[in-house]
Ligand binder design. Sequence first.
Ligand code: NAI
Length: 294
Amino acid sequence: MDVKKGFVLGAGIMGAGIAQVMAQKGIEVILVDVDDSVVTRSIQNLKKGLDARVEKGKMSASEVDGILSRIKASTDIKEAANADFVIEAIVENVGVKQKIFAQLDEMTPANVVLATNTTACSISEIASATKNPSRVIGMHFFNPAVVMKLVEVMPGLATDPQIVSRVTEFVEFLGKEPVVTAKEGIAGIASRVLAALLNEAVWVLEEGIGGVADIDKALKMGANQPMGPLELIDLIGIDVHLAKTRNLYEKLGDPRYRPCYLLEKMSNAGYLGRKVKKGFYDYTQNPPVPMKLN
Ligand code: NAI
């Protein structure tokens, strides 16, 4: 699939990473967020991460300059009109995504793919807000997008099989490994399975069976997990994880996904995880220490 200009909507944790992945492959990217300060901060963070790679000898300074020069920051969604591939990574709320997809559908040529990085919103429901649902598809990167190999390609009810093939090829072009879901479920494969595990870890904490550090230690040492489940929720974002789990619980009615009230309490209190340096752990400390949560 020949993509020359990508458009990424949402410059948070995922959008910024996805923009970097594309720019690293020579694609010009327009990175858009409603919040000007978010785009500026995201570009600064990308630069910091890339500069660290130069220091480690993994990349040259001119490569970094090239990558950064290909990412254009903006707050104007209308820039989507100039792109030949669109991926949305905004807040995990199906109503908000539907409004955005209706706009993107109006402003982009009909052959442009409209992809969403949603974890647990329905692709078919998002697509239903457009006049051309056959070009709407889930393209689910994992966090951090630059590092994680997997991208789940998730068609909805109306997605054209040719779009599925084009997106799968594009994932490979980006140097990632695609897994195509055979039909739409909630949250694809990896996130759905993982959500149950992460949720259980929060319940174990809530029930007082283990503290934050011990739960993470138990899963790292006993189940060979590279990160503990609570560290991982902090990386994902408490708010993002809560929205996903809530969605799974609402749609499947399965108690495995019943979100623990602790998550809601933390989210409402601004304990959003690593992105604000405060979640299950306090990231202003080095190494991070467990927060007081009761
Ligand atoms: P985030 O909260 O870091 O970033 C979302 C960004 O979208 C914010 O900067 C916000 O200002 C912006 N935004 C909100 N409404 C907007 C609009 N109408 N137009 C433009 N920008 C808008 O969220 P994150 O973590 O990057 O998640 C984004 C999406 O990716 C969600 O659907 C999430 O479920 C999914 N996802 C998240 C993963 C994670 O580990 N955090 C992993 C894989 C997918």
